[in-house]
Design a protein around this ligand. Structure first.
Ligand code: SF4
Ligand code: SF4
Length: 354
């Protein structure tokens, strides 16, 4: 492990600005917001704030924009959509990075590769950080992750007295340390021990706050077992189909394509989709297997906790808890999964929720 003083971190951020557009947490009145750093406007390295837990917004749009031009047709013929400048993302947490690994399974580590995602993963730089607190909705430990980054970072920072313990996670991170060797020192054994103790304490804290939601069986088992439990109707009763849970989720990655005609040609856009939408599973001819909202609600859970792990070997949830905070129906995924295991409302059919 390396050690970097707080002042050196600000210098590193300044230096990164030459090669990257920088996105980092910045304090705005009461809130920490992910902002693009623009020198002369919201400052440089010194304006980056330490986010003790994950930010309210997911970092997903930095890799996978809400809507993106994937190709264009002009009088000269087809051309690929524009590629954004490389971006450096500061302040990613363990759940954000676990989510990157989950989407990689579909968009990158596969015979089909999504070019926009692959290009962004290749060129962007990630400086992540250990969580030093947790939000009420955080449940990363329930889905096999931790409140500190375990993979998918270039450098990871663990707060220590006067600065940070620095872990290098990739060749890009190694090159960064080598290029700015004057900003880093070798960490001592006591610093490594302090980092490990802080991580263990945070892990225990997240586990303890989720005790009331603990389940005996893995989520997949209880969802499969309770396919016909009428409790699904009760769980979905306050869902107003706002799609917020999909939009804030760092692992949701469904999109649709739409063609838009312009004066100088046409563009094909990729836009985020939501599995709560009535038209999401609609097929040619207009039929849909999930006409009722409760069926779409159940499918959302089934996909994240049953079919995705079956196909890709990992749950499609990193436990960030953003869907809990964003839900205007006050639906808490942890509580739903816990109730599914412990309550049973018998029925073979699901009715009553539109
Ligand atoms: S955020 Fe809540 S209300 Fe909105 S679609 Fe998701 S579950 Fe339904
Ligand atoms: S399903 Fe909810 S808790 Fe899981 S990754 Fe998505 S937003 Fe986070």
């Amino acid at each position: 492990m390396k050690y970097m003083r707080t002042a050196s971190f600000a210098k590193l951020v300044e230096a990164l600005g030459r090669d990257y557009d920088i996105y980092a947490p910045v304090q705005e009145e009461e809130r920490l917001l992910l902002q693009r750093l623009v020198p002369g406007e919201n400052g440089g390295g010194a304006s980056v704030a330490w986010n003790p837990a994950r930010l309210g917004e997911s970092l997903k749009p930095i890799w996978f924009q809400t809507s993106r031009v994937v190709s264009r047709w002009t009088a000269e013929g087809p051309e690929a959509g524009p590629t954004p400048r490389p971006r450096a993302i500061i302040g990613a947490k363990g759940c954000d990075l676990a989510a990157l690994g989950i989407i990689d399974k579909v968009f990158r580590d596969h015979t089909f590769q999504e070019p926009g995602w692959c290009a962004a993963r290749e060129q962007n730089l990630v400086i992540s950080g250990d969580c030093t607190t947790c939000l009420d909705s955080c449940f990363c430990t329930m889905v096999g992750h931790a409140p500190h980054p375990e993979a998918h970072f270039d450098l990871n920072l663990s707060p220590l007295e006067g600065g940070f313990g620095v872990e290098v996670g990739s060749p890009k991170g190694e090159a960064l340390v080598a290029d700015h060797a004057d900003l880093f020192e070798e960490a001592g054994g006591e610093q490594v021990a302090a980092r490990d103790a802080a991580r263990a304490e945070m892990t225990e804290r997240v586990e303890a706050q989720n005790e009331p939601h603990a389940v005996r069986d893995p989520f997949a088992q209880s969802i499969e077992k309770h396919k016909s439990n009428r409790l699904w109707e009760a769980l979905a009763a306050t869902c107003v189909q706002c799609n917020a849970c999909n939009m804030v989720c760092p692992t949701c990655h469904c999109f649709f394509l739409v063609d838009v005609a312009g004066e100088e040609g046409s563009s094909r856009l990729s836009c985020w989709d939501s599995c709560f939408e009535g038209g999401y599973a609609r097929m040619a001819g207009g039929g849909t297997p999930r006409l009722q909202l409760v069926e779409r609600f159940k499918n959302h859970y089934h996909h994240k906790f049953v079919s995705f792990p079956k196909n890709w070997g990992v749950t499609a949830c990193s436990g960030c808890g953003r869907c809990i905070d964003a839900c205007m129906g006050r639906i808490d995924k942890r509580a739903c999964l816990h109730r599914l295991e412990t309550e049973w409302l018998p029925s073979d059919t699901l009715q009553g929720v539109q």
